[in-house]
Design a protein around this ligand. Structure first.
Ligand code: ZN
Length: 433
């Protein structure tokens, strides 16, 4: 049911809304801006890290670069009250623009790019690519830019010139990924001039930028029964979107939650989280601590609050692949639309333990959603996420969960069309708990 905020649905319309969110969020900066807009609509207020925070109840959020932390203080909550944190991340593997972007070769105009995160390089070939990100302006301030038209392309070599291609495509990260965007001599300054114009700012005022490319093909329902969703950046905007929906639902409900619900959407997960906006940075810890202190708490209250805090970290996981089922654990085969997955790895690539499993089970039970378990095949390396980092950095109990997908990190991923709202419902059940 929609709330007063008009943004929370726990049925297919949630997935329609996710599609709108994905379209509006080609970069982490856009993902944060779109999330902030939804939170504001639901009555949350942005606070800055440089101002003093008040002790009032209600919803607040902080934005730093591509990261956002939002929380809702229920009426009459003491400073020792524990938090319930949903973790997620805003970044996705992609190609990002280099500092001197204008380049070219043999009569082609090209844009120099760097590989961001764990990219299956072939998935960026022969796609119509747009450009987005933020521009830093002379004198301070930033502007977002989003070009959704077909602007760039990384062209694959014709099979006639690469007869061995089907024995295994080899791509050199420096030489073979440079997108083209026209014909003619290298035109220095042209890319920034172009994006400045698209952003409606003067090119000479753009003194810094964080720009990246994205596939301009919009998300689509897929399959005979339209039960699947194909889209870019499901990892991990699906979880950010679900977290926003869950937080808004809890904050606008008639009954107050038992703990302080928090949404943490970090940047830089795909490169190891080590940045001022990543999960290894101090952002979440600072916000939780300042929330305790703003309500008159002491160091003792902070320790009590954190000791009672639980984090449910949501990130995409692997569905069993029909063409490579031998790569998966034979007894654990998560399928799309089977509900969110609990991720387990005893070597702490995931933070879940037996007690965490019980927390997740309770959240799903409360929400009335089915759930599944993921564990790696012993012969396969296991991925990791922000869960173990949050657990180690803040010393809070953490559980890793997510949604089962195919083609993770591809420029276009695939998941079940029902799983986004099943995850959102489970996160809401957790935040209420
Ligand atoms: Zn992820």
């Amino acid at each position: 049911m929609p709330t007063a905020a008009g943004t929370v649905f726990f049925d297919r319309s949630h997935t329609d809304d996710l599609i709108a969110y994905l379209n509006a969020s080609p970069s982490p900066y856009h993902a944060v801006a779109s999330a902030a807009g939804r939170l504001e609509k639901a009555g949350f207020r942005q606070v800055t890290e440089t101002e003093a925070w008040d002790d009032q109840a209600g919803g607040r959020f902080v934005v730093r670069g591509g990261a956002l932390i939002a929380w809702y203080v229920p009426e009459g909550m003491g400073p020792e009250a524990p938090f319930r944190v949903v973790g997620s991340h805003t970044d996705s593997p992609n190609l990002r623009v280099k500092p001197l972007p204008d380049t070219g070769s043999v009569g082609w105009r090209q844009v120099a790019v760097e590989v961001y995160g764990g990219v299956p390089l072939n998935t960026w070939l022969d796609r119509d690519l747009g450009l987005s990100g933020r521009l830093a302006l002379r004198g301070g301030g930033t502007a977002l830019v989003q070009v959704d038209e077909a602007l760039l392309r990384v062209p694959q070599l014709a099979i006639h010139l690469d007869r061995q291609v089907n024995e295994g495509l080899k791509l050199d990260r420096q030489r073979h990924l440079t997108p083209l965007w026209g014909i003619g001599p290298v035109d220095e300054g042209a890319l920034i001039e172009y994006v400045a114009e698209r952003a409606g700012v003067a090119a000479q005022d753009v003194t810094g930028w964080d720009l990246m490319v994205h596939d301009v093909q919009p998300p689509s329902y897929l399959g005979r029964d339209r039960e699947l969703l194909a889209a870019a950046r499901l990892d991990n905007l699906l979880s950010v979107h679900a977290g926003v929906a869950a937080l808004v639902a809890v904050a606008t409900a008639d009954t107050e939650p038992a703990a302080i619900p928090v949404l943490a959407a970090f940047d830089h997960e795909e490169t190891g989280s080590e940045s001022d906006t990543g999960a290894q940075g101090p952002l979440l810890g600072n916000v939780l601590e300042r929330s305790v202190f703003a309500r008159g708490g002491t160091a003792e209250d902070r320790a009590r609050a954190l000791a009672g805090t639980v984090c449910l970290s949501a990130d995409m996981g692997h569905a069993v692949h029909p063409n490579y089922s031998e790569r998966h654990e034979p007894g654990h085969h998560p399928l799309p639309n089977g509900g969110p997955i609990l991720k387990v790895n005893v070597n702490q690539r995931y933070a879940t333990d037996g007690v965490g499993r019980a927390v997740f089970a309770a959240a799903c039970e409360r929400a009335g959603v089915p759930w599944q378990t993921f564990v790696s095949n012993n012969a396969m390396p296991c991925g990791t996420t922000i869960g173990p980092i949050t657990a180690a950095r803040l010393g809070i109990a953490t559980v890793d969960c997510g949604v089962a997908a195919l083609s993770m990190h591809s420029s276009r991923e695939l998941c079940g069309a029902d799983d986004p709202f099943l995850l959102a419902a489970a996160l809401k059940g957790f935040l209420e708990g």
